[in-house]
Each structure stands twice: as structure tokens, then as C-alpha cells.
Design a protein around this ligand. Structure first.
Ligand SMILES: [Fe+2]
Ligand SMILES: [Fe+2]
Length: 283
């Protein structure tokens, strides 16, 4: 059985207790003896004051695989962020336990002049996010070897909520047709979700820190913190895929305080939990 831990959207710059949150995640990974850890992005601004985050991850004794999130390239070009994360390429694949894991980079925006990697410093109006042709061609090649795949991305490949998921969803979903895609996982939405599209499960993992609410009159922004660093452990065996989540509570403000009484934000569930799911594998 293969077991790995997935966390996302720690946003170290936004939470005072970020180091403790990271320690909690790493302790759990160690206790569960996971084979590897995946960060689905928005880890921390890639600046010197956060070098301790990478030092800690690089010395935790467990391989950590990084996904590029929009906040990882909010003010910095992709080359800088790759250096900070110790990543060679923005998208990549690795194998473990007989499965192939594919990490996509969805942090592109598109205008009439083409697709560009974030940052979109000039704030040019665009359709975003977007996976450009070059990466789609690479993905097609990666999916040509008849293996069983798990796909990671920062943005959802299916969330239709305003500008949350990638804009060219159908192009990706077409590439998955006839392939043995066990699971797709994403972050970015700071809540939980599981959607099935064409027989493929797409799981959104909640944030290890908070969700950012905006609204009101006059307009304001509030960080609604989850008390614990939400994350999941994923187990894959021959029969099923188990996504083992966790329950928490809010630390301070709650969704009710800002009028989110249905606990839905950005198209996902913002109860203070990482959802658990059991997915039977098709034999
Ligand atoms: Fe985020
Ligand atoms: Fe994000």
C-alpha cells in the first residue's frame, strides 16, 4: 500500500503560527510513515525570511514534492520561485509504488496575445487560470505509457465557480479519456470538494491555514482561520483509494460572522475540516 500526505495553501505570510502548523503536518507525516509529502502550492512568499520553511521541509527526512501556486509567483518570476522551492521544472512527473504522479503548473493567464505565466503584474484583463499548449502536449506524452496516474495541480481542473478552476478544463479532461486516472487533487480554493467528471474523481483539499473572505459594504477582506492545519493522508491499494481527512474548528471569526451561512465559498465546502473519501477502484 502506498501512503502519502497532501497539504496546501499554508500561506506562511498570512499566519503567525505558520511554523507550528508546518510542524504539526510534518509530525503527522512522520507518525504515519508516509512515502512522500505533496504541497499543492501557496506555501509561502519565496523570500529570505521564509528560507526556514524550505530548510525544514528539506531536512524532514521525507521526500516533498512541490506544486506551483499563484501566491508562489505573485511578485516573482517562475525561475525565482523554482530556485526557492528547489524544483527543476514547473511541471514534472515522478513514480512511486507502481503509480505515476504528475504535477501540473496551472498558474498561467491568457490574453489575446497568448498564455503567460503569473505574475500578471500589469493586471491585464484575462481569462485565467490556464494550462498552455506546451504543457498539454507534455501531459499527453506522460499519459501515453499505460500506467495508473494521480494528478496534482494548484487550481482545480473542474471547479466552474467564477475563475477558480482552469478555463480550458475540457482540453485536460479530453486527455484523460481512456486513461487510468486514479485521482486528481488540487488546492487554491481553501475548502474541500469531491467532483466526478467522466469517471474521474477530482478532490479539492482545504487550506492548512484559512480561507479569505471578501465582501461587505464598505468592502473588506477577512481571513477566516481554521484552528488546525488541515491536510489529508492518501492511501492507495489494489481495491480502493482512501482520502483520510480531519476535523477542526475555527480560530476566531467564523463564516457565520461574515454572513456565509451555507459554508460555501469559491464553490467549495468551508466547514473547518478536510473531507474524507473512499473511492473504489475500477477493476
Ligand atoms: Fe491559496
Ligand atoms: Fe492559490
Amino acid at each position: 500500500m502506498l501512503r502519502f500526505l497532501v497539504f496546501t495553501d499554508l500561506h506562511m505570510e498570512d499566519c503567525q503560527d505558520g511554523p507550528e502548523r508546518l510542524e504539526t503536518i510534518l509530525r503527522h507525516a512522520k507518525d504515519e510513515q508516509v512515502d512522500f509529502i505533496v504541497s499543492l502550492g501557496d506555501l509561502c512568499f519565496p523570500v529570505e525570511q521564509h528560507a526556514h520553511v524550505m530548510d525544514r521541509l528539506n531536512t524532514c527526512g521525507i521526500p516533498v514534492h512541490h506544486t506551483i501556486g499563484n501566491h508562489d509567483v505573485q511578485e516573482w518570476d517562475i525561475a525565482h520561485s523554482l530556485r526557492f522551492l528547489g524544483k527543476e521544472r514547473p511541471w514534472e512527473a515522478f513514480e512511486a509504488g507502481g503509480y505515476k504522479f504528475i504535477i501540473l503548473d496551472t498558474c498561467y493567464w491568457k490574453s489575446e496575445n497568448g498564455a503567460f505565466h503569473f505574475p500578471n503584474k500589469e493586471r491585464i484583463p484575462s481569462l485565467y487560470p490556464w494550462v498552455p499548449e506546451e504543457q498539454l502536449a507534455w501531459l499527453k506524452e506522460q499519459l501515453a505509457d499505460g500506467k495508473k496516474y494521480v494528478i496534482f495541480s494548484h487550481m482545480s481542473l473542474v471547479n466552474p465557480f467564477a475563475r477558480r478552476g482552469i478555463a480550458n478544463k475540457e482540453a485536460i479532461q479530453q486527455l484523460f479519456e481512456g486513461k487510468d486516472i486514479l485521482l486528481c487533487m488540487n488546492g487554491h480554493d481553501h475548502g474541500s470538494d469531491l467532483k466526478w467528471v467522466n469517471g474521474v474523481p477530482y478532490c479539492t483539499v482545504s487550506s492548512a491555514s484559512q480561507f479569505c473572505w471578501w465582501g461587505g459594504d464598505p468592502p473588506r477582506v477577512e481571513n477566516i482561520f481554521y484552528k488546525d492545519p488541515l491536510h489529508v493522508i492518501v492511501e492507495i491499494d489494489d481495491q480502493e483509494i482512501r482520502i483520510l481527512g480531519m476535523e477542526s474548528e475555527f480560530a476566531g471569526l467564523t463564516p457565520e460572522d461574515v454572513g456565509v451561512t451555507d459554508y460555501r465559498w469559491n464553490g467549495v465546502d468551508v466547514h473547518p475540516r478536510a473531507q474524507s473519501h473512499t473511492i473504489k477502484r475500477q477493476q
